[in-house]
Design a protein around this ligand. Sequence first.
Ligand code: ZN
Length: 421
Amino acid sequence: MVHRHTPFVIRVKDRHVDLSTVEGVQLGVDPGSRQTGISVFSTVHTKEGDVRRGLYAIELTHRGGQIRDKLAQRAACRRSRRSRNTRYRAPRFLNRSRPKGWLAPSLRHRVDTVVSWGSRLARWAPVTVVYMEKVAFDTHVLSAEGPVDHQRGMLQSLEIREYLRVKWDRACAYCGTRAVPLNIEHLHPRSRGGSDRVANLVLACIPCNQAKGKRPVEEFLAARPEALAKVLVQAEASLRDTAAANTTNWALWRSFTARFPAVCSASGVRTKWNRTHAGLPKTHTLDALCVGALDGVVQYSAAVLAVTATGRGTYARTRSDKHGFPRLRLPRNKRVHGYATGDLARAVVPRGKKAGTHTGRVAVRSSGNFNVRTRHGLVQGIRHTHFRLLQRADGYGYTTRLEAAIPPPSEAEGSYARRFR
Ligand SMILES: [Zn+2]
């Protein structure tokens, strides 16, 4: 039985619960400011290690920008009302406090929609673990002790590079130059007993790097004591996780840990490393597949469900012209002939200019002639009698697209999705 049209979910009715035990799947999340990649995958244990098999991919497009614009519009309306001559209203006090954990509405929307999609997927598939990209780099890897193998060494040097970029604000520590190639520099040179600790490392432009040579920093900056003091203070400053991760990712992390029994956080550096070693191009969905600790990717889903947050309509029942006067009035009722704007429907038009099948998001008109936004564009003015409802509006628009083209393999390894160690 079909439970849901998009994403396609079926309900199996011919067996009992005890016959339906399935191995769990995992969820990978790559949060972004405009788009978030979500990937459902299973982990296969092979002799090469744990490799991932991508099963389903969702690219969620947020509407934070629209929310911000709407709120700015509302603020402007209220501002204009204050100077207008209106009836007396009792002043309101103490209405400016924000609860703990408050996020701007555009950011709150991002957190809520991602968690909502995680919960939906968990309802349809047995999600055991959620892997989430939380931080740009991993501070644990930076200070990790113990033997360093080749893989960890490579990863560590990438994490260090990313860490130093954030710590030194992508500028030369000595002269502040930006947008030039920066080298990793030892404050106290190793030839004079300086260590490889991250606190002893800075970023420097090539001229400064060469000018300093093998001298300790105190000698190099002896003529500029204030610059020296600044560099020494910044070198000892610890960033911890807070500076590397943004508040939205933290809020997302807290929401996920509240809903799922096992949530693993990972760094962006690690995701990138995993993805490039699997030979996959950069998309949000493939990043989501590569979050966390893994040894390879053997398969990924060729089709991506592109989900766009559309909202559920507007409360405003008038449209105004540019002077603010009402131009037209919208109907109070959302439903027209049983359809509402945002419903997913299929229209089969037998003849005429618009003959054919059109599947997509409907925009209702009280005339009874609806518009439908399909994958190929907008088709206007289709009679409501031609439509068949596929799914009620749920605040999202759905289309599918193919996963990004994979660059041809550089080595003669045959398969695109390569295993790696
Ligand atoms: Zn410099």
